[in-house]
Design a protein. Structure first.
Lengths: 172, 172
């Protein structure tokens, strides 16, 4: 996945001073590379009987949607509070300063389904671990793996995901 | 597309009293139907030499990503202000009360490319017409069509899109 890595752009001081943001939009703009990375994920999961790919707002929707389509699976979406119109389950998680939460529709996943959770970047793991808890606390399903385009290993986000299997296409 | 229509759920009074929200999440959850609707769009555009699909935040990312992958095209994203990390072009549009705006990265599209703009719902057309202007005012490209999963015809959003070709899978 060197072609993907070559297109990822560092943006210093975004969204706040001291943070170097990994901008994946140049990867998306390149149709060939976007197809290749989606195919790479499809190849990894096509024999894993994935029923639903769970995409985390908002860039997780992008990789989740293309992968769900490639696998013939459904797509469930996890959003910030107030965005989902139907009945939801909620999970809160701590930020550096304060608390945030995420929601999922109560009927987004069915009992017994095999789920793949996806997001663009694994950083501190706050959102991803909340998504895992959101699924585990409310649905009788099997989380096959949690997958990221990018993992920032020095932030140890993987530790927050406990015994959930984690796969990252690119690591820093 | 009767199978798609059968899965769309009406949510009364969301996001505010008096509005009936068209909830498309049950369409996404159903892998077979999600695949079928993406295939339908792929069939429509596969001979149109689309270079980039432009998805409007946030549900436009979903249909944009699966379609871009199906076509082997790139995906460009249009977001609310402050979300995109790199240099942007901006376009403002009027809401019922006040003004909102959308942004695109300055390098999201290249000169001469053939663009397809996509979102989930065409309602009053405010966001979609702003997206068309955002592209036309800043890039020398060809907008092949603006495509929606759902068009709420009684809101006349199509009029705001002027001479841009519009295609909607489902109309109400």
């Amino acid at each position: 996945m060197e072609e993907v890595k070559a297109l990822i752009r560092d943006i210093p001081d975004f969204p706040k001073p001291g943070i170097i943001f990994k901008d994946i939009t140049p990867v998306l703009s390149n149709g060939k590379v976007f197809k290749k990375l989606t195919d790479r994920l499809r190849d990894r999961y096509q024999d894993k009987k994935i029923d639903v790919v769970l995409g985390i707002e908002a860039r997780g929707f992008i990789f989740g949607a293309s992968l769900a389509y490639a696998l013939g699976a459904g797509l469930a979406i996890v959003r910030k509070p107030g965005k989902l119109p139907y009945q939801t389950f909620q999970e809160s998680y701590e930020l550096e300063y304060g608390v945030d939460s995420i929601e999922i529709h109560k009927d987004a996943i069915l009992e017994g389904q095999r789920i793949l959770i996806i997001d663009d970047v694994l950083a501190t793991g706050g959102t991803a671990s909340a998504a895992v808890k959101l699924v585990r606390n409310n649905f009788q399903v099997d989380i096959v793996e949690t997958v990221f385009l990018i993992e920032l290993c020095f932030l140890n986000g993987k530790e927050k995901l406990g015994d959930t299997d984690v796969f990252s296409l690119i690591t820093y």
